[in-house]
Design a protein around this ligand. Sequence first.
Ligand code: SAM
Length: 256
Amino acid sequence: MSDAVELRTDRPHPARIYNYLLGGEDNFAADRAAAEAGLAVNPGAKVTARSNREFLRRVVTFLTGVGIDQFLDVGSGIPAADSTHLVAPDASVVYVDYDPLVVSLGADEPGRVHYAQADLREPNRVLARAGELLDLTRPVGLLLVAVTHHLQDAEDPHARVRRLVEALPAGSYLALSQLTSDFLPDEWRAIERDSGRRGVVLRARPGPEIARFFEGLDLVEPGLTPVHRWRPDDRDRQSDQPDEVVSILGAVARTP
Ligand SMILES: C[S@@+](CC[C@H](N)C(=O)[O-])C[C@H]1O[C@@H](n2cnc3c(N)ncnc32)[C@H](O)[C@@H]1O
């Protein structure tokens, strides 16, 4: 890791909290404390993280199956098992994250895999970084998996996502998952408040607000569902979990 990377290990960061919930080791005491505070309120949070990660794997498998051979994975997280370029070994992948740790741990493969630091709140910069490797005149699989819940309502995540989607050609796909308040509203409000006090934005949204990310696009079956119900396959370990434990909705849609 470069000495120049400013990690602020005294503060929790979403990528490192998520890494802890997935059983990884790229996290620090502040991240573990934030994750444990969330687990105290919602003991299912590790299931949420694992279910989401399995959704990502199935989505990338699905998209390669329909011919997508380039991915823009925004809010990609710390490299982990079943990262996009491993699930799609013949595809080009640009990983974008605002956390410098993600970019410093990622290993570029010239011409195929590229890690870039950029912020979803600046979609034009995200697109510029994507264009360093991807051909944005050809269909792209845009992955926004478990990232929009780190934007406040005032930051208008819907507009940021729309800007990215509109920049992609017809036949591209948007895959998005995000925490929902539908099943355990009181618990998620408590986690949001605790995260906010620690400096981490977390916004679990009601289903209809999540559905709005897909407005104007053609939803792929089965539409917006708790992620463990989205085309489960025989590798899944989370498909029997109750919806409220998973508490994250996801869908895939094609751009017309
Ligand atoms: C919960 S993790 C999800 C990781 C991965 N997408 C997955 O689903 O397995 C959220 C990631 O989004 C990143 N993130 C949060 N806000 C972001 C923003 N405004 N721009 C870019 N990345 C962001 C965090 O650094 C973290 O790596």
